[in-house]
Structures are given as structure tokens and as C-alpha cells.
Design a protein around this ligand. Structure first.
Ligand SMILES: [Zn+2]
Length: 329
């Protein structure tokens, strides 16, 4: 995918912005919101190119030849600033927001605009958010601030209200399925299953496609653990090898399905449709109350893994494996 490709479900949102872009009357701030995997970043990149290219066409497609396009390709355009946490999962700090004032007070070098992309916006800590609010209250001229958020409800309402919000809703299944099938190299992949596993977010489903083999290995290790065929520490080591964060996500998803089956007794409500038969039979080996506590524990572990620098993935996964063994009957 080229950074300026428009994804099929983006067209309506893109079209709403074009009159203002052509008239050079863009709002000061945009908030692109929606669950992960909807392509918000891709949309923002297309918009940045459309705004900074010297000769975009009427629909905002960049020329690819001008100086601005070359600088964007090389990721060195001086009028564009990409603001993210210093490490994934960490906070955006107040110093990073304060630095924006210096950036916007410069004269734009090549185009008419400064463009700032800040993501994910919910990563701003309290001081950073308050500092950004001040900037939004007195927006610098000829500057567009693009905020991306997977959890817009976590932002200050006063920040939200000062942005024009674009909601990236889940596309129709036919649209997602057709797009996903065109992207998948393997004709035997199951687009509906992938979409189900990723809450119908197409880009997340595409990423999932490359992890299905690992997910299967993690699942087999989990089954061996529950059947007491494999030592919990060995199982934890397998999960670690497959990726701590991914393994936790998969375990959370299976736990949710076990709970779903307990409450509905309808296999069709499960998200992991390829693992349906096993999940349904495993479900009865747990009391719902204990499944809830497993769910909570694993959610806490996920938070810890994201937020804390001192957490040791191996011992975290060992705790998880032991907890499953404790609670099974
Ligand atoms: Zn250009």
C-alpha cells in the first residue's frame, strides 16, 4: 500500500474534507477516531500529502514529483511534524507538546501549512493534554493539527470539542471482505474469521492473517496445559517465544469465548469460529466466576505489559499459566 492510497471505506470521509481543502479553509484541528485497524493513520498520511504537495489534483492525489512530495517520501519535510510517544505504550509528555509552539512559530518552508500529526492522542498525560488545550484555544495560523485516537472517550471533552471529529466506523462486511481477499496472498485464508477475530477492523484482520500459525501453536500449548500434558513453565516458555503481547491477546479472546458460551450456550456466538468445538467443551471445565477472574487477571497483565518497564514477560506468562491450572476442575 502506498501512503496516499485511499482505502475503499474511507471515501465518504475523504469527500467531506475536499471542499475545505480546495478552498484552503481547513479547520485548525481534526480528530480521527475509531477502533484500531480502520486505517486512520493511512487516511491522515493521505491528507498530509494532499496539503503539502505543490500540485495535488482536484481529489487531493499528490503529484509525486514536486519538491514537497520528494521530501515527504524521504520523511524529511520541514513543515510536517509527527508526534508520538517516545516508546510504544508510553505517554506523550508535556515537553513534546511545548515543542510544538516552537515548530508552529516558524514560517512554513515550502507550502502554506504546518501539519502536525499526534497519535495516539489518548497517550497524552494530564499535563500534555492541558498544554495541548492551550494550543487549541489559540490556534496558530496556517497550522493543521491532526489527532488520532482509538479511544476518543479518554480525551478531555474540551479537546474533543475544539476538533472537527471524523468517526471511522466499521465498514460493511462485503466491503471489508472484498478488500481483505484482494490483500491476502493465500487463497485458503478465511476473511470472515479474520474480521471476526479483529472486531471487523480490516487492517487489523490483515495483520492477524500473518499470525494464524502462531495463534494455533499457542492454542495447542494452552490445550496441553489444561489437559495436564505439559508443565506450566514450559507452556509459558512457548507463549513467550510466540510473543508475550500476542499470546495474552489470544488468551483473552479465548477466555471471552468461554464466557460467551457459558452465558448463551450457543456456539455461533463465539468469535474464534475455527476453534469452536474445543472452546465449547473446555468451557464446562470452568465455573463462570473463575473465568471472570481469569479475564480480569489477564487484562491487568496486559495493562502492566503496556505501562510498566519493570515487568518480566516470562514471569508474567508463568503466572498466567499457573492461574489457568488452579482454576480448572
Ligand atoms: Zn507533489
Amino acid at each position: 500500500m502506498h501512503p496516499t492510497d485511499l482505502l475503499p471505506w474511507h471515501s465518504p470521509l475523504w469527500d467531506t474534507l475536499q471542499p475545505a481543502r480546495r478552498a484552503q479553509r481547513m479547520p485548525h484541528a481534526l480528530l480521527l477516531s475509531g477502533v484500531r485497524g480502520m486505517g486512520k493513520l493511512q487516511f491522515a498520511q493521505r491528507l498530509i500529502w494532499a496539503l503539502l504537495c505543490e500540485q495535488p489534483d482536484a481529489d487531493g492525489v499528490p503529484c509525486e514529483h514536486c519538491k514537497a512530495c520528494h521530501l515527504l517520501h524521504a520523511d524529511t519535510h520541514p513543515d510536517f511534524l509527527n508526534l508520538t510517544p517516545e516508546a510504544e505504550g508510553k505517554a506523550i509528555k508535556v515537553d513534546q507538546i511545548r515543542a510544538l509552539q516552537g515548530f508552529t512559530s516558524l514560517t512554513a518552508n515550502y507550502g502554506r501549512h504546518h501539519v502536525i500529526l499526534l497519535h495516539p492522542a489518548e497517550a497524552m498525560n494530564v499535563n500534555a493534554a492541558n498544554s495541548l488545550l492551550k494550543l487549541l484555544e489559540e490556534p496558530p495560523p496556517d497550522t493543521l493539527l491532526i489527532l488520532l485516537s482509538h479511544q476518543p472517550q479518554a480525551l478531555l471533552p474540551t479537546i474533543r470539542s475544539r476538533c472537527q471529529q471524523l468517526d471511522f466506523n466499521r465498514p460493511d462486511l462485503q466491503v471489508s471482505r472484498a478488500w481483505l481477499m484482494a490483500q491476502l496472498p493465500d487463497a485458503s485464508a478465511h476473511p470472515d474469521l479474520l474480521l471476526n477475530l479483529q472486531a471487523q477492523a480490516p487492517l487489523a484482520a490483515l495483520r492477524m492473517a500473518s499470525q494464524m500459525q502462531q495463534r494455533r501453536q499457542a492454542f495447542e500449548a494452552w490445550q496441553a496445559l489444561l489437559d495436564r500434558r505439559q508443565d506450566p513453565l514450559e507452556v509459558a516458555a512457548i507463549w513467550l517465544e510466540l510473543g508475550c503481547a500476542n499470546s495474552l491477546e489470544w488468551l483473552l479472546s479465548w477466555t471471552m469465548d468461554l464466557l460467551r458460551y457459558h452465558s448463551t450456550q450457543d456456539a455461533n456466538t463465539l468469535q474464534n469460529t475455527d476453534l469452536q468445538a474445543t472452546l465449547c467443551s473446555v468451557s464446562w471445565r470452568f465455573r463462570p466466576r473463575l473465568l471472570f477472574s481469569l479475564l480480569q487477571e489477564q487484562q491487568q497483565h496486559r495493562q502492566l505489559l503496556l505501562r510498566s518497564t519493570s515487568v518480566k514477560p516470562q514471569s508474567l506468562l508463568e503466572d498466567v499459566a499457573l492461574s489457568w491450572l488452579e482454576k480448572i476442575t
